[in-house]
Design a protein around this ligand. Structure first.
Ligand SMILES: *Cc1c(COP(=O)(O)O)cnc(C)c1O
Length: 221
């Protein structure tokens, strides 16, 4: 992707975020845009970095480990993990990522707590909630959130927010509203919600982190 195309796409997404934030009486700076670069190579990512984007997200530890150390060295960007995480990769994830959006079970909380002690680094954690109660998706059940949060706090994981991926092909707004209510009820500040198809809606409902891939990079192969 040429740099001017990257700049144009980035400007468009930022403008839509700003407009949605304004509608909700918020300042645009209250929303962090995470560019989801999964399945895109360094050549596709570099123009977006040059266009000024600084926060990126990946959904697999292995893929991120292969392409990011080099990209990051020259640019000082931050990197978020948004995909499911196996406990045996916790240490690698803690070393590689600045935030982890997919903390969804007690065994992972424990693995991350051990990993943060060992690595000496504490990525910001989001607890992922399976808002649509879908068996194939990650995230804890709504009913299990309180217990999971208790475990995370007891393990001294830095929990900054909640995250969700609503069911496909139905209106996302009610699921975003549910996540926002759960965050309010539990005294949690941040909300990681909204993807290319629905990030404006998510911002009007309170998203502090939107995860946008396709709208910035084009379709994935
Ligand atoms: C791929 C992915 C995104 C970005 O999806 P787009 O529709 O391409 O914007 C956001 N969040 C998660 C968890 C993803 O896996």
């Amino acid at each position: 992707m040429p740099i001017d195309e990257a700049s144009t796409r980035l400007a468009e997404v930022r403008e839509k975020i700003a407009r949605a934030a304004q509608l909700a009486g918020r300042v645009p700076e209250s929303v962090e845009l995470i560019a989801i670069s999964k399945m895109h190579d360094a050549a596709a990512i570099q123009p977006l970095i040059e266009a000024g984007q600084r926060v990126f997200g990946e959904n697999r530890v292995q893929e991120a480990a292969a392409k990011w150390p080099e990209l990051r060295e020259t640019t000082g960007v931050s990197l978020h993990l948004v995909g499911q995480l196996q406990s045996n990769k916790a240490e690698e994830a803690v070393a590689l990522f600045d935030a982890i959006h997919s903390v969804d079970r007690p065994s992972l909380v424990q693995a991350l707590a051990r990993a943060t002690d060992k690595v000496g680094k504490r990525p910001l954690c989001f607890l992922q909630v399976n808002v649509g109660d879908e068996p194939q998706k990650g995230g804890c059940a709504v009913a299990d959130l309180s217990a999971l949060l208790g475990e995370a706090r007891a393990a001294e994981l830095p929990v900054g927010g909640l995250m969700c991926v609503p069911p496909l092909e139905v209106e996302a707004a009610p699921y975003f509203a549910l996540l926002a209510k759960l965050a309010r009820d539990h005294g949690i500040a941040d909300l990681s919600m909204g993807m290319s198809g629905d990030y404006e809606t998510a911002v009007t409902i309170g998203a502090t982190h939107v995860r946008v891939g396709t709208a910035l990079f084009g379709e994935r192969e």
